[in-house]
Each structure stands twice: as structure tokens, then as C-alpha cells.
Design a protein around this ligand. Structure first.
Ligand SMILES: Cc1cc2nc3c(=O)[nH]c(=O)nc-3n(C[C@H](O)[C@H](O)[C@H](O)COP(=O)(O)OP(=O)(O)OC[C@H]3O[C@@H](n4cnc5c(N)ncnc54)[C@H](O)[C@@H]3O)c2cc1C
Length: 667
């Protein structure tokens, strides 16, 4: 410790520089920094320590505050994102106001980005000087608390939303589960088997789906969408639009007699659940285990809606009078304390990869279509057949379609290698066909995944390493006649190969859902560059978002398999439980505030606020700021023409003092 000569009067600043093991001390001369800072005005104590964030490190701060009568603390260590909260808490436990503290990032901003130790040390001293200057002016701030409504909204009823809903409901919390499709289940409901254990997807999923339906704490609204979100953590007011099914939910028992009775004797329309491989009637249920077990009518296809001239046999047949052609959209309004967004993903649209011939050559299928073909309750009753109804003798599965590719998506979709192996196994089992997997790299990281890969190799599935250039139907040799030809450079043998097959399966990658931008805006979330919802911190807050009280789970955050999705949904539910059970949440006080006498009522701040935290008080002609919504981004502060908006912890004198500290030459 370096103890400078005792100075008269306040402030009494304690300075601590962290080694962070070798992370900082490997580049920055921490002893020299501590020595230099000990000479700055106001600094009464300057120490370096191996790990400031450790218990002894924090204890040292607390003891010094009491014994040395410190009234300000500066810690030079890592990113405030990581440990600002840790040190503020230590400062508060030592008896000071938590905001009489300033943190300097000399790891990400110094030791990790500089090569020369002398330069790094000099910069660390400069940054410390700026912080010491600034902290003298820090005001004591008070953290306000908001109460938490003990109810949760979950958006998306795939396996993530279902798991989170059941976890929260069984812990006694009120859950509203909103799903935009007529049934919950998401993608998993379409699968026959799941890798790597090949257990039956329906056997795992359908009990959970019916548990959601029957749970007294869960209100399930399918065929519904969130249209408006107002409020803040603890008190979100949410508007949900419930689309008309033209069937009265309370009366329908899912007997399906109306479907039987429909004037369309056969299915005629695109069957969404079966990826269009089957046809359905205008009155339908998505699939036998759909939850809720309720039919719906598609007004675009129903004769009664189009011409008003239908015999309405469906309504006649329904002895419970559940069909209601006049049903209209309903609006529900709820108040919840927290939200979990679990809106999943979409597979890469095949139009993005035209060279594989999807839509042009009938026997090019997507993996999701094949998931339906192998499924016993699918459109072919589990028979894997070409579009002409023939069993294929050879099938090619192309990996990385729309993934790991500069032209489409650069990221690895994580599940395609594994689901391709699963489909290879199932196709072989169902048809006895020769199956060829065309892969770029085999990615089978996960419990039991590599073992599954070996099992599929033992099944006799062929593996060809190389990115497929093209699928065509041009025959060069007699054995290619009537076949689809996959052209690929086999990078293991260094030769271009042409592999004739009867069926091609595109292992399309995962990308953000079609309405992800709309959802992002509704809940004020951020997205990563790929468009998936962004977590607050990849390691320390992987299910939190930058909006307090809004959490994410499942494949809407990044491509992931079912085990990881379920784990993340459990984590999001745990976060919500912690929030609700705490009963209240402390708000960050580094918000903006309006000095009312100086506000000219020009309203320019209102439109600029990205968090809709500012409104206008028409009676008093003044802007009003809701501190619970403000995230302290500073946009309004910088743009206010009258300078009447200020920001806690970013007051002009604090900022100017910090700049002066940086610019003061080294003495
Ligand atoms: C072909 C294929 C095969 C796969 N096979 C396996 C496998 O065998 N094993 C495995 O572990 N993983 C497998 N996966 C991965 C698996 O599908 C995902 O891990 C899982 O579906 C992720 O669940 P989720 O709930 O996050 O998303 P989803 O399953 O996509 O569910 C999201 C739900 O949110 C709803 N939703 C979307 N937007 C809104 C909105 N605005 N409002 C309300 N609701 C909305 C959707 O309708 C959907 O019901 C496979 C993936 C593919 C593409």
C-alpha cells in the first residue's frame, strides 16, 4: 500500500488496482500505477491486489472505508459490465453511498489492447487520474424500488415456452402463454424422433402440452399475438390480439365431426403442419394432438366466408353449436411483472439456395418435410416416398444449406449435422435406401452425439466431405437417367464426384423468425448481427436482455437443440421466479431527469427516446420522464435544446472533470 502524506479536508479517496492474475499485471506495471495514483490530490490510500473482485479484495475495500475513513473509492480493473455491481455493493457494505465509486477498465481498454508495457502503464495512470478527478464530484444517489406483479407473460409455445410455463406455474405463479399458431408445440411437434437417443418426440412433448392446457395457473391463448407492451419491469401492461377461430372455444370439444361434415369431401388446401405434403379442409385441426384440441376455420378458403352460399354442414353437424361464423377478433389486456420471449426460429427459406433446385425439381425436399414423411402420423403414415409415391433407392442429404456460407448465413446452425444423422438413420430404417451425407465438417458436440455419429456410420450410411456445388437432373451416363445428380468436390480424395440419387434432403440452417424484428421492437430488445435476440451477457446473464424483466429462451436467442433449449427455458423461469419472489426490483439510478423550471415544452426529447420513457404533460406544458423506463442512454440529455434534461452519474461537471483528468500532463 502506498500512503501519501496526509492531506487536509475532504475528499478521502481510496484507490485499488487489480492484477486480475496475469490479465492486467502481465502488461501493466500495477505497482507503478498504485505509486503514481498515491500522489494524486485527494487520494489517501492506493493499493494493488491480485484479485480485487475476490472476497478478500472486497473485504479490503470495506475495512479501508471504515478504518481509513474513505469517502470515495476508485477501482481500476476489468469492464464495469462484469464487476461494477460487485464493487458498488462492497462500497455500500463498507458504509458509503454505492455511487461514491468509480470504476476504471484497464483490462479490456488497456492490457488486452496494448503491446508495450510502458505505454499500457502510462495509459492506466491517465485513466486512473481521470477517475479520481471525477469521483470527487459524485453525488449520493438513491435506488428506487418498484413492486413486481406476480404474473408472467410467455411469448411462444414451442418447447422453450412450454417448459418455462410449466416450471413457473408449478411454482405457483400465474402464467399467460401466448402462441401465434392455432396450437402449441413449435417445431418439436413436427418431429417423429429426436437425436441422439431417438426417443419419440410426441411421447415427450404431448404430455407437457396437455399439462399446459390443464394447469390451473396457466392461461393459454393460441392463435394470438402480442400487439402492444407498455410499462416497465414489475408492471408491464400487455395487449394481446386473439384472432377468431370461428369456433367457440368454451363449447368445442374437439370431436372433429365438423371436419367430417364439411362440404369439401377431400382436403384441398395447403396443410401448414405437414409442410404442404398433405392437404386439409377449410375447417381443420392442425394435427391430432394439437393443443388446445380445437378446430378452426380458414376464412380465406371457407365457402361461407367467400360467397355466403355454403350449406354450412359443419355448423349443422355440431350438436354443441360451437361454430360461429360471426366471431370477431378479441382484445385482452393483462398486467405482468416479467416476460419470457421464446419465439423460436425459422429454417432458411430454400429460395436462398436456388442451385439445389428446391421447387424446380420435385424430389428435392427440405429436412422439415422429411421430418413429416418419417412421422407415423404424417401425411404418408411414415412412408418415405418421392413425390411420385415411390420408395427411393438412394437418398442424398446435403448439410450446411444456408449455414456457414458467406452468401447466406455465416453462422453454424448447430443442429443440422445431428438432425441430418437422425434423418439418415430413419430413412435407412424406413426404406433400406443407400444414404449419402454430404458434409463440410461434422459437428457433433453434445452428450452422446459423437457416439450417435459412429452408430449411423455403422448403419452403413455414406459420408462424403465437400460442399455440394449443384443438384441437377441432367444425365451424363445411363446410371444417371431419371435421377437427381449431386455434384460435389470430395475433398478427402480430391476429386469431383457426381452422385445419382432419387431424393435430395436439404439440411437447412436456422435463422431468426420472420417477425423477430417486430418482437424486438415490442419488447425493446436488441439483436445480435445475425438477428437473434441479444442476451445481456453471454456468460453471466445469458437469458437476461437489456430490458429489465424481459428474458429470452430457446432458439430465438441462437440456434440450439432441445436439451439446450430446455435448460435455457429453465434458467429464464428461475430468473423470473427470483424477480417475483423478491417482491420488488431496485432500479438503476443513473437515469435522466428533467429540471422542470427549465423545460420549454418543445417535445423534441419525446420522439428521440428509444425506450418511450418520456411523455408530455399537456396541462403543465412540460416533458415528463418515467425513471422506471429510462435506461440512461443519454439521447435526450444530449439533444435537449434548453439543456433542462440532466443525467445522474453523467453530470456536466463530472464529465468535464474526467476529461481534465485525462488531459492533465503527467508530472
Ligand atoms: C429439421 C429439424 C430437426 C430437428 N431435430 C431435432 C432433434 O431431433 N433433437 C433436438 O434436440 N433438436 C432438434 N432440432 C432443433 C429443435 O427444433 C429446436 O431446438 C427447438 O425447436 C427450439 O425450441 P423453441 O421453443 O426455442 O422454438 P420453436 O420450436 O421454433 O417454437 C417457437 C414457438 O413460438 C411461436 N411464435 C413465434 N413467433 C411468435 C409470436 N410473435 N407470438 C407468439 N408465438 C410466436 C412459434 O409459432 C412456435 O410455436 C431440429 C431442428 C430442425 C430444423
Amino acid at each position: 500500500m502506498f500512503e501519501p502524506a496526509q492531506q487536509n479536508g475532504s475528499p478521502r479517496i481510496g484507490f485499488y488496482v487489480c492484477h486480475c492474475g496475469h490479465n492486467i499485471a502481465g502488461k501493466v506495471d500495477v505497482t507503478a500505477v498504485a505509486q503514481a495514483v498515491a500522489r494524486f490530490p485527494g487520494v489517501v490510500l492506493s493499493r494493488d491486489y491480485k484479485y480485487m473482485c475476490s472476497d478478500p479484495g472486497q473485504q479490503m475495500i470495506m475495512d479501508d472505508i471504515r478504518e481509513q475513513k474513505l469517502d470515495r473509492v476508485v477501482v481500476a480493473s476489468c469492464s464495469p459490465l462484469l464487476h461494477e455491481h460487485t464493487f458498488r455493493t462492497a462500497v455500500a457494505r463498507g458504509g458509503l453511498n454505492a455511487f461514491h465509486f468509480q470504476m476504471v477498465n484497464i483490462r479490456e481498454n488497456v492490457s488486452w489492447v496494448h503491446d508495450d508495457p510502458a505505454d499500457a502503464t502510462e495509459k492506466a495512470v491517465d485513466l486512473a487520474r481521470a477517475a479520481v478527478r471525477r469521483v470527487r464530484l459524485h453525488r449520493a444517489l438513491e435506488q428506487k424500488k418498484v413492486p413486481i406483479t406476480p404474473a408472467v407473460l410467455i411469448v411462444g409455445g414451442g418447447i422453450a415456452g412450454i417448459h418455462a410455463a410449466l416450471t413457473l406455474a408449478s411454482a405457483g405463479k400465474k402464467v399467460y402463454l401466448v402462441e401465434k399458431e392455432p396450437t402449441i408445440g413449435g417445431h418439436m411437434a413436427k418431429f417423429d424422433k429426436t437425436f441422439p437417443t431417438l426417443d419419440c418426440a410426441a411421447c415427450i412433448l404431448t404430455p407437457k402440452m396437455s399439462a399446459v392446457r390443464s394447469h390451473p395457473n396457466i392461461t393459454l391463448w393460441t392463435y394470438s399475438e402480442v400487439t402492444k407492451v407498455e410499462g416497465f419491469v414489475g408492471r408491464y401492461r400487455v395487449t394481446v390480439k386473439r384472432k377468431p377461430r370461428y369456433v367457440i372455444e368454451e363449447l368445442c370439444v374437439g370431436c372433429l365431426e365438423c371436419i367430417e361434415a364439411c362440404v369439401f369431401k377431400e382436403g384441398k388446401f395447403y396443410d401448414e403442419f405437414n409442410q404442404g405434403l398433405g392437404k386439409r379442409k377449410p375447417v381443420y385441426i392442425p394435427f391430432p394432438q394439437a393443443t388446445p384440441q380445437l378446430v378452426l376455420i380458414d376464412p380465406e378458403q371457407c365457402i361461407e366466408f367467400k360467397s355466403g352460399k355454403c350449406k354450412k354442414t359443419c355448423a349443422e353437424k355440431c350438436d354443441r353449436d360451437a361454430i360461429d361464423f360471426k366471431q370477431t377478433e378479441r382484445i385482452e389486456q393483462i398486467e405482468v411483472g416479467a416476460v419470457i420471449v421464446a419465439t423460436g426460429f425459422q429454417t432458411v427459406p430454400s429460395e436462398k439456395v436456388p442451385f439445389y433446385g428446391y421447387g424446380r425439381m420435385p424430389n428435392v425436399f427440405t429436412a422439415l418435410e422429411v421430418e413429416r414423411l418419417v412421422n407415423a402420423s404424417g401425411p404418408t403414415g411414415g412412408q418415405v416416398v418421392t413425390r411420385e409415391g415411390k420408395a427411393p433407392k438412394a437418398v442424398g442429404i446435403i448439410h450446411c444449406v444456408g449455414s456457414r456460407d458467406e452468401k447466406t448465413n455465416r453462422w453454424c446452425s448447430r443442429v443440422c449435422c445431428m438432425y441430418s444423422l437422425k434423418l439418415a438413420h430413419l430413412i435407412k430404417e424406413h426404406t433400406g435406401a443407400e444414404v449419402f451425407n454430404f458434409y463440410t465438417d461434422m459437428r457433433t458436440a453434445g452428450k452422446g452425439y459423437e457416439e450417435f455419429f459412429y452408430k449411423v456410420m455403422d448403419d452403413g450410411v455414406h459420408f462424403i466431405r465437400g460442399r455440394v456445388a449443384e443438384v441437377s437432373d441432367w444425365a451424363f451416363t445411363p446410371d444417371e437417367e431419371g435421377k437427381l445428380v449431386i455434384r460435389v468436390e470430395d475433398t478427402l480424395i480430391g476429386r469431383v464426384r457426381r452422385v445419382p440419387v432419387d431424393m435430395v434432403v436439404l439440411a437447412t440452417g436456422l435463422e431468426p423468425g420472420p417477425d423477430s424484428q417486430q418482437i424486438r421492437r415490442l419488447f425493446n430488445m436488441s439483436c445480435s448481427s445475425e438477428g437473434f435476440f441479444l442476451e445481456r451477457h453471454p456468460k453471466l446473464a445469458p437469458v437476461d436482455t437489456f430490458t429489465d424483466g424481459v428474458y429470452i429462451a430457446g432458439a430465438c436467442q441462437s440456434p440450439k437443440d432441445i436439451p439446450d433449449t430446455v435448460a435455457q427455458a429453465g434458467a429464464a423461469a428461475a430468473q423470473v421466479l427470483a424477480l417475483i419472489d423478491a417482491g420488488s426490483k431496485e432500479l438503476e439510478p443513473n437515469t435522466a431527469y428533467i429540471v422542470e423550471e427549465e423545460c420549454s415544452g418543445c417535445k423534441s426529447c419525446i420522439a428521440l427516446c428509444p425506450y418511450t420513457a418520456i411523455s408530455f404533460d399537456a396541462a403543465r406544458k412540460k416533458a415528463l420522464l418515467n425513471e422506471a423506463l429510462c435506461k440512461g442512454c443519454g439521447t435526450c440529455v444530449a439533444s435537449c435544446p434548453s439543456g433542462s434534461i440532466r443525467q445522474n452519474l453523467f453530470q456536466d461537471d463530472e464529465i468535464f472533470s474526467e476529461i481534465e483528468g485525462l488531459l492533465t500532463p503527467v508530472t
